[in-house]
Design a protein around this ligand. Structure first.
Ligand SMILES: *[C@@H]1O[C@H](CO)[C@@H](O)[C@H](O)[C@H]1NC(C)=O
Ligand SMILES: *[C@@H]1O[C@H](CO)[C@@H](O)[C@H](O)[C@H]1NC(C)=O
Ligand SMILES: *[C@@H]1O[C@H](CO)[C@@H](O)[C@H](O)[C@H]1NC(C)=O
Ligand SMILES: *[C@@H]1O[C@H](CO)[C@@H](O)[C@H](O)[C@H]1NC(C)=O
Ligand SMILES: *[C@@H]1O[C@H](CO)[C@@H](O)[C@H](O)[C@H]1NC(C)=O
Ligand SMILES: *[C@@H]1O[C@H](CO)[C@@H](O)[C@H](O)[C@H]1NC(C)=O
Ligand SMILES: *[C@@H]1O[C@H](CO)[C@@H](O)[C@H](O)[C@H]1NC(C)=O
Ligand SMILES: *[C@@H]1O[C@H](CO)[C@@H](O)[C@H](O)[C@H]1NC(C)=O
Ligand SMILES: *[C@@H]1O[C@H](CO)[C@@H](O)[C@H](O)[C@H]1NC(C)=O
Ligand SMILES: *[C@@H]1O[C@H](CO)[C@@H](O)[C@H](O)[C@H]1NC(C)=O
Ligand SMILES: *[C@@H]1O[C@H](CO)[C@@H](O)[C@H](O)[C@H]1NC(C)=O
Ligand SMILES: *[C@@H]1O[C@H](CO)[C@@H](O)[C@H](O)[C@H]1NC(C)=O
Length: 844
C-alpha cells in the first residue's frame, strides 16, 4: 500500500516540476510527450494536453486541475481533430497560440497582429492573451470568446457566440441566441448533417427548446451562469434580465464549482461539484423531446422511462455501433409522376402514435379540415414532393401536415399518426438492434449459391407452410376465446352488450350526430331500438393495438359500477371498428358549465352545486383507485372528461387512456398519457406514476371548479392569470373569497367550504406525490370530517414567484399570442411549444 503511494508521488514529481503558474511569456511551449500543463494561479484550472478518451489521441484543453478522476474538459480548440504524442502547443514569437502536430498546424489563434505580450491561464477558466495599450494591459484574445460545449461562471455568451456539442454522425446540437426582427431568445437547436433543400451552404436545423422571447432589449444581451448559481440572460445596465435557474448560494467564502454544458444527447445541464458532478437543472425533461436524438428515426421511452429507444423509419438503417439512431441521409423517397395517374408502386406506411419534428422549411403545407388519418395519407400520396405526412392535433383541432423532408426525427405521441411514403418493396420499420444482423446480402458470384438456392427455396416453402398452419390455429383459438369471452360476458347481468357495427350505424343515423371529439375518438349521439339514448364513442385513431387489449379494456370498464362513473352499456369490435356505447348524459361535460363561454350563453352553477360536484367526482375517483378489484389510474382527469346528467350528478368518463394495473404487480405504468396542464410533474421527470398522479390532476380540476375559470388564463392580468398562485396568495392573506368566482353574485360561496376546497386542492398539487392525500382522504377532507392543515406553497407556484411574476407573464403573453409566423428557425411548433411551456412554468 505504502509503496504504491510512494510510486504515485514519484510519478507526479516530474509533472509538478513542469507546471507553470503566473504569466506565460512568448516563446513558451507545451509538449504532449512530456505531459506538461499551465496551471491557473490558485490551481483551479489547467491548460495542456489530455487524453481524448480514444487510445493515444490527445486534446489541447482546459480542465479542472484539482478534481479527481478523468479530467472534466471545459474548453478545447481541437475537439474534432485530436493530435498524437508528437504534438506541441506554443505561444510563438508573434503572439499566436499554435497547436502543431508533426508538420501540420492543427489550430492557430491568428493573433499575430494584436501585439500580444504574454498569456495567462486565469482562475476563472479562460486562457487569456494580453496586449498593452497605453500602459494598461488589455485582453487581446481569450478562450471564453470561443467556447466549446461548456459555459463557466462569469463566462459571457454573447449574441454572436454559441455552445456546440461534440459532433457525431447524427449531427450536433447548439445553444445560441436566435435573432428575430425585434426580439431574440436563447434556444437549443439540432443541426442535422443534411443540407437544406434550397440553400446548400447551411444545414437543416430545428429548435426544440427556447427560452421566453426578449424584446426591446437595450445594450448587450448576454447569457450567463452567475457565481450565485443562477443561469439566465442579462441585458441593459440596470435591468436584471430573465432567469431560468434561480440560486442564491452565498455559502460564505467556500467556492462551489459549477458549469453548464450541452451534451451529445442535446440536453443542456447545470452541474455542481459535490464530490462528483451533480445535475442541478436540465433544460429538457425527457430525451425524446430532443430533436434528432435518434437521427431521422423515432424516439420512444423504455420501460424504466429513463432511456430512449430508437426505431428507424421504413427504408432507413441504424448507424454504426456505439451511437443509437438512424442515418438520416438517403431516405428513398419514391417520386411518382405528379401530373400522371396514381403510381401503383407507391404506398403509405402508417406509424400510429407517432409525431415528427418539422420546421417551416420541411413543411409543404398544412390542412386543418382533415377529419380522418387516411385522408392525410392520401394528401401526401397525391403530392410527388411529399415524403411523409403527420396527422395530429393543433390546439384541439385535427390537422394534417405534409412534409418534403424527414431529418429531425420523431417521437412517440399518442395523439398523432405518421404516414411515410414507401416504394412497394421497401422494408418495414425496424427496431434498432445490434448492428450487422441480417445484413448478409445475396452473394451472387459465390459458387456455392448454385447448391444453396434450391435448398433455401425448399426450406422457405416449408417454413411458409408451417407459418400458415400456425396462424390458422392461433386465429381459430382466438376466435373461440373471443366468442367464449363475449358469450360469457353476455350471460352476466349488467355487463356490456356486444353490438354489431350495423346496429350502431342505425342507432346513430350513420354517425351523423356528433357530440364531441376527444383525444381517443369521436362521440356520436344515438338511440337504441328500445328508445334509450346513448353516446357512441368511435375509437378511430387511438387504439392501434389488438382485439385482446380492447376486450380487456371493455371488461374492465364494464365491471365498474358507481354512481359517479359513466356506465358502459355495450361495445362493438368488428374488423377495424372499435366502438364503445355509453349512457347518454344530457348536460354534457363540466367545462361548459364552469368556464365563461365566449358565445354569450352564460351557464353558471351555483356554489352548492359546484361543491357537491367536487365531492362526487372525488368519490368516483376514489372508487376506482381504492375500492375496485382492478386498481385503475385514469391518467386524464380534466373538466372535459367529467359529464353531468340531468340532475347535475357528475360522472367520470373516458377510460380510453386508463391502463389496467394489477394489484400484485407494480404501482407503476409507463407510457406518457394525459393532458398538459393537469399532468402531474412525475410524468415529465423520471419518477414512477402512481394513483397520486390522478390526485394532482384532480387538484387542478378542483381549483378550476371553485374558481370558475381555467387555471392559466392569459386574458387576465398579471396578478390573476395563474389561478393556483393567486388563490394561494389570497388564502395566505386570510382573504380566500377574493379568489372566488366573481360571476356568482348572489350565491356567494360559504367561506368555510370555499377555504376547505382551496386547501384540499393545494394539498393535491404538491410536487412530492407522497405529500398529496389519497382520494379517500380528499373525500373526507371535503366533507369536513377531518381537520385540514395549511398546505405549503406548491412548487409550481414557488417557481413562478421565484422567476418573477411580471417577467413570466410578459413572456408568456408575448410568446403565445403575438408570435410572428415568419422565420425558418421555427421555435413555436407544436412539439417544441409543449416543451417550452413546461420550461417556462417549471425551471429546475
Ligand atoms: C515534415 O516535413 C519534412 C520536410 O518538409 C519532411 O521531410 C517530413 O517527412 C515531414 N514529416 C511528416 C510527418 O510529414
Ligand atoms: C486563422 O486564420 C486561418 C487562415 O485565414 C483560418 O483558416 C483559421 O480558421 C483561423 N483560425 C481561427 C481560430 O480563427
Ligand atoms: C480561484 O479563483 C477563482 C477566481 O478568482 C475563485 O472563484 C475561486 O474560488 C478560487 N479557488 C480557490 C480554490 O481558491
Ligand atoms: C489589443 O487587443 C485588442 C483586442 O483584440 C485590440 O482591439 C487592440 O487593437 C490590441 N492593441 C494593440 C496595441 O494591438
Ligand atoms: C438554421 O437554418 C437557417 C436557414 O439556413 C439559418 O439561417 C439559421 O442560422 C440556422 N440556425 C442555426 C442555429 O444554425
Ligand atoms: C418595443 O418598442 C416599441 C417601439 O419602441 C414599442 O412600440 C413596443 O411597445 C415595445 N414592446 C415592448 C414589449 O415593450
Ligand atoms: C442572496 O442571499 C443574501 C443573504 O442570504 C441576500 O442578502 C441577497 O439579497 C440574496 N440575493 C438575491 C439576488 O436574492
Ligand atoms: C473563509 O474561510 C476561512 C476558513 O475556511 C475562515 O477562517 C474565514 O473566516 C472565512 N472568511 C469569511 C469572510 O467568511
Ligand atoms: C412509379 O414509381 C416507381 C418508383 O419510384 C418508378 O420506378 C416508376 O417509373 C413510377 N411509375 C410511373 C408510371 O410514374
Ligand atoms: C409526367 O407524366 C406526363 C404525362 O404522363 C409527362 O408529360 C411528364 O413529362 C411526366 N413528368 C415527369 C417529371 O416524369
Ligand atoms: C399553416 O397554417 C397557418 C395558419 O393556419 C399558416 O399561417 C401557415 O402559413 C401554414 N403553414 C404552411 C407551411 O402552409
Ligand atoms: C423492387 O425490388 C426489385 C428486386 O429486388 C428491384 O429490382 C426493384 O428496383 C425494386 N423496386 C423499387 C421501387 O425499389
Amino acid at each position: 500500500m505504502a509503496s504504491r503511494g510512494l510510486a504515485i508521488i514519484f510519478l507526479m514529481l516530474p509533472q509538478l516540476a513542469h507546471c507553470l503558474t503566473g504569466s506565460i511569456p512568448l516563446n513558451s511551449e507545451l509538449s504532449a510527450r512530456e505531459d506538461q500543463s499551465w496551471i491557473s494561479e490558485n490551481g483551479t484550472f489547467a491548460f495542456g494536453f489530455t487524453s481524448a478518451g480514444r487510445g493515444d489521441q490527445l486534446l489541447l484543453a482546459i480542465w479542472y486541475a484539482k478534481l479527481p478522476g478523468d479530467p472534466t474538459i471545459v474548453w478545447s480548440p481541437n475537439r474534432d481533430l485530436p493530435v498524437g504524442r508528437e504534438a506541441v502547443a506554443k505561444l510563438d514569437q508573434l503572439g499566436n497560440l499554435v497547436l502543431v502536430d508533426g508538420n501540420t498546424t492543427v489550430w492557430i489563434s491568428n493573433t499575430s497582429s494584436l501585439g500580444v505580450e504574454y498569456g495567462v491561464m486565469s482562475d476563472s477558466g479562460s486562457f487569456i492573451l494580453y496586449n498593452r495599450s497605453s500602459s494598461n494591459r488589455q485582453v487581446a484574445w481569450q478562450s471564453f470568446w470561443h467556447p466549446s460545449d461548456t459555459l463557466l461562471p462569469g463566462q459571457p455568451l454573447f449574441v454572436s457566440l454559441e455552445l456546440t456539442s461534440p459532433k457525431s454522425s447524427l449531427g450536433l446540437y447548439s445553444l445560441k441566441m436566435l435573432q428575430q426582427r425585434t426580439s431574440l431568445s436563447l434556444a437549443l437547436t439540432y443541426i442535422s448533417p443534411e443540407p437544406y433543400f434550397s440553400s446548400l451552404g447551411s444545414h437543416a436545423n430545428y429548435s426544440y427548446w427556447s427560452s421566453p422571447e426578449i424584446s426591446n432589449a437595450t445594450g448587450d444581451v448576454i447569457a450567463q451562469l452567475f457565481e450565485s448559481g443562477s443561469f439566465g440572460i442579462r441585458y441593459g445596465t440596470s435591468s436584471t434580465g430573465t432567469m431560468y435557474v434561480h440560486k442564491n448560494d452565498s455559502a460564505g467564502n467556500q467556492s462551489i464549482l459549477r458549469r453548464i454544458a450541452i451534451g451529445m444527447d442535446g440536453n443542456l445541464r447545470l452541474y455542481r461539484w459535490d464530490n462528483q458532478w451533480v445535475v442541478e437543472w436540465s433544460a429538457v425533461p425527457n430525451p425524446c423531446l430532443v430533436a434528432g436524438i435518434c437521427g431521422s428515426g423515432v424516439c420512444s421511452m423504455d420501460n424504466s422511462k429513463s432511456n430512449a429507444i430508437c426505431t428507424c423509419l421504413p427504408g432507413t438503417s441504424p448507424v454504426g455501433s456505439g451511437i443509437k439512431g438512424c442515418l438520416s441521409s438517403s431516405i428513398p423517397s419514391p417520386q411518382g409522376n405528379c401530373s400522371g395517374t396514381r403510381n401503383r408502386s407507391i404506398r403509405m406506411e402508417t406509424m400510429p402514435q407517432t409525431n415528427y419534428y418539422f420546421s417551416g422549411a420541411s413543411t409543404i403545407s398544412n390542412y386543418s379540415s382533415v377529419s380522418r388519418g387516411s385522408e392525410c395519407a392520401e394528401l401526401c400520396l397525391a403530392d410527388c414532393n411529399c415524403v411523409a405526412s403527420v396527422y395530429g392535433l393543433l390546439e384541439a383541432e385535427t390537422c394534417c401536415w405534409t412534409l418534403r423532408s424527414m431529418v429531425f426525427g420523431g417521437l412517440q405521441d399518442p395523439s398523432s399518426t405518421l404516414y411515410v411514403k414507401l416504394g412497394m418493396n421497401s422494408s418495414r420499420t425496424q427496431e434498432q438492434g445490434p448492428p450487422g444482423e441480417g445484413s448478409n446480402g445475396p452473394t451472387s458470384d459465390s459458387p456455392r449459391s448454385g447448391v444453396l438456392l434450391p435448398l433455401l427455396l425448399c426450406v422457405s416453402v416449408l417454413v411458409v407452410l408451417l407459418c400458415l398452419l400456425l396462424c390458422y390455429i392461433i386465429r381459430r383459438r382466438r376466435m373461440q376465446q373471443r366468442q367464449g369471452m363475449i358469450s360469457g360476458s353476455l350471460s352476466l347481468p349488467g355487463c356490456p352488450v356486444h353490438f354489431s357495427f350495423h346496429d350502431l350505424q342505425t342507432a346513430t343515423c350513420n354517425f351523423s350526430r356528433l357530440l364531441g371529439t376527444g383525444g381517443s375518438g369521436s362521440v356520436y349521439k344515438g338511440t337504441l331500438r328500445d328508445g334509450t339514448l346513448v353516446a357512441v364513442k368511435k375509437l378511430d385513431k387511438m387504439l392501434p393495438h389488438g382485439e385482446r387489449e380492447f376486450i380487456t379494456e371493455v371488461t374492465t370498464i364494464g365491471s365498474m359500477h358507481h354512481m359517479n362513473l359513466v356506465s358502459l352499456c355495450g361495445f362493438c369490435s368488428e374488423r377495424s371498428h372499435r366502438l364503445l356505447v355509453y349512457e347518454y348524459m344530457s348536460n354534457g361535460s363540466l367545462d361548459k358549465w364552469i368556464f365563461p363561454s365566449n358565445n354569450g350563453q352564460e351557464r353558471l352553477l351555483d356554489w352548492q352545486t359546484r361543491f357537491s360536484i367536487a365531492i362526487a367526482i372525488a368519490q368516483g375517483i376514489a372508487y376506482f383507485h381504492e375500492q375496485c378489484r382492478n386498481r385503475i389510474i385514469h391518467c386524464d382527469i380534466k373538466p372535459e372528461n367529467i359529464l353531468l346528467d340531468e340532475k347535475f350528478c357528475p360522472k367520470v368518463s373516458d377510460f380510453g387512456l386508463a391502463k389496467l394495473m394489477s394489484r400484485e404487480h407494480s404501482h407503476v405504468i409507463t407510457m406518457v398519457r394525459g393532458t398538459r396542464g393537469y399532468l402531474a410533474p412525475e410524468w415529465v421527470s423520471n419518477r414512477p406514476i402512481t394513483v397520486k398522479a390522478d390526485v394532482y390532476s384532480y387538484g387542478m380540476l378542483l381549483l378550476e371548479i371553485v374558481g370558475g375559470r381555467r387555471n392559466l388564463d392569459m386574458s387576465l392580468d398579471q396578478e390573476e392569470f395563474f389561478y393556483p398562485g393567486w388563490a394561494f396568495k389570497e388564502m395566505m392573506n386570510g382573504t380566500p373569497l377574493k379568489a372566488s368566482d366573481k360571476r356568482l353574485n348572489e350565491g356567494v360561496p360559504d367561506e368555510e367550504e370555499f377555504l376547505r376546497a382551496l386547501q384540499v386542492a393545494l394539498w393535491c398539487i404538491q410536487e412530492d406525490a407522497w405529500m398529496r392525500p389519497s382520494m379517500g382522504e380528499v373525500v373526507k377532507m371535503l366533507e369536513g370530517s377531518v381537520e385540514i392543515n395549511v398546505p405549503p406553497m406548491p412548487q409550481i407556484v414557488l417557481e413562478l414567484v421565484a422567476e418573477g411574476l411580471h417577467s413570466v407573464y410578459r413572456a408568456m403573453k408575448g410568446d403565445c399570442f403575438s408570435r410572428p409566423t415568419t422565420s425558418s428557425a421555427i421555435t413555436c411548433q407544436r412539439s417544441s411549444k409543449a416543451t417550452y411551456s413546461y420550461s417556462t412554468m417549471s425551471p429546475r
